[in-house]
Design a protein. Structure first.
Length: 399
């Protein structure tokens, strides 16, 4: 299926309309199509009909079924994947369970998500360990540069490498296969932060060979908000515990598994987990390759226009090996602020307040960038409106 086969207006109709709003930030909080929203509402309604029956007789089986579907989608055994609310929860579980001693090192890099950096900074402080952040070349020109920069920071005390499959601030696809293989040869565990890769990239976890993989399903899979999962390889599941403790056993009385600690965190609505099946079915109906090629084509067009019309600077080479449905471009004329400012960048605020365009400005390593997300509901006219707004706002936001 080609871009011409996927008519933008046809697929956009599968999402609830938001009149007057241009939403180009699916990478932060994805919008679910009606099929997913309907499935989620249906599961909540079934729960409310008889909560005791749903929780104590049905839930284990339903979660197992949803995990079976997801595991086939990402190439792993169903028994190695457990649902959690989002990738942040998954990463906290990994941090709470990984053994770290005084002097040990955890290795990240300077393209990682801020919350992930904070999780591991806190964990290292608690353990007396050291957080090491590898500095990557800027701009990137080869995959080998990423690999070499990361492993140049490895020492005999490195116990864990935490790395994104697709980075959040820079939207770059990292060579996680090669990173995992090299780390494995050195006896170093790898935890992959993968919320932007699910659906955007093909994933085969067993072939990938990582130890942990953390996901939010509400991004490119377009599942409901509150759905994510954690993959744990092999025997690492032994003695793994969630960060929220409850009964720690199956409510249905089935034989115990490691997932029991996670399946019952206290009373909750599992509708977001169970409706991930509807999200997989929706994108399968579209065709995963068609989805990827279509959204990448629009992201690539956006990148080209930002470079040509707004003096943007590329962070990496062009092409689908480097970025997928989301692209980040540096705007060297855009003013930056002191690090740690909690509110949105003034340009991001102006784009929303004056034009009702949702798109993030990312400040990283002393530079300001625009990150644009393209999903099936994104239209060429949305990008045109963004470009026009940026041209209008540029004089008042330049150095």
């Amino acid at each position: 299926m080609t871009r011409a086969d996927l008519d933008a207006s046809e697929w956009a109709e599968h999402w609830p309309q938001i009149p007057g709003v241009i939403y180009l930030n699916h990478g932060s909080f994805g919008r679910a199509p009606r099929a997913v929203l309907d499935a989620q509402k249906s599961w909540t309604a079934k729960l409310q009909q008889n909560p005791v029956d749903f929780f104590t007789r049905q839930l284990d089986r339903l979660l197992d079924s949803a995990a079976d579907k997801m595991s086939r989608f990402v190439g792993c055994k169903s028994g190695d994947l457990v649902f959690v609310p989002n990738a942040t929860v998954a990463m906290n579980i990994v941090a709470a369970n990984v053994q770290l001693d005084s002097g040990d090192e955890v290795l990240l890099n300077d393209h990682e998500y801020g919350a992930v950096c904070r999780i591991w900074r806190t964990r290292c402080q608690q353990a007396g360990a050291k957080l090491v952040v590898a500095r990557l070349p800027d701009p990137l020109t080869s995959r080998e540069q990423i690999i070499e920069a990361i492993f140049a920071a490895v020492t005999e005390r490195t116990r864990l490498i935490v790395v994104s499959h697709v980075t959040s601030p820079t939207a770059i696809v990292f060579p996680v296969e090669e990173i995992c293989a090299r780390a494995r040869a050195l006896g170093i565990r790898v935890c992959i932060d993968g919320p932007h890769a699910l659906a955007m990239r093909p994933i085969n976890l067993e072939m990938l060979g990582c130890d942990f993989y953390c996901v939010s399903c509400h991004k490119w899979l377009a599942a409901g908000i509150g759905s994510g999962w954690l993959y744990v390889r092999g025997g690492l599941k032994n003695h793994l515990h969630p960060t929220t403790l409850s009964w720690g056993r199956s409510l249905s009385g089935r034989p115990a598994t490691w997932k029991d600690e996670f399946h019952w965190p206290g009373t909750f609505d599992p509708a977001a987990y169970l409706s991930t099946t509807a999200a997989i079915e929706f994108l399968s109906m579209v065709g995963l390759e068609a989805f990827r090629s279509t959204t990448h084509a629009l992201a690539r067009e956006t990148r080209a226009r930002l470079l040509a019309e707004l003096d943007g600077v590329a962070l990496s080479p062009d092409g689908p090996d480097w970025y997928g449905s989301m692209v980040t471009v540096r705007l060297p004329w855009l003013r930056t602020r002191d690090s740690g400012v909690p509110i949105n960048h003034p340009l991001q605020a102006a784009l929303w307040e004056q034009f009702h365009i949702e798109v993030p400005v990312v400040e990283l390593n002393g530079h300001a960038h625009l990150r644009v997300s393209c999903h099936l509901y994104t239209r060429a006219g949305d990008i045109e409106a963004l470009m026009a707004a940026l041209r209008q706002l540029r004089p008042s936001h330049s150095h």
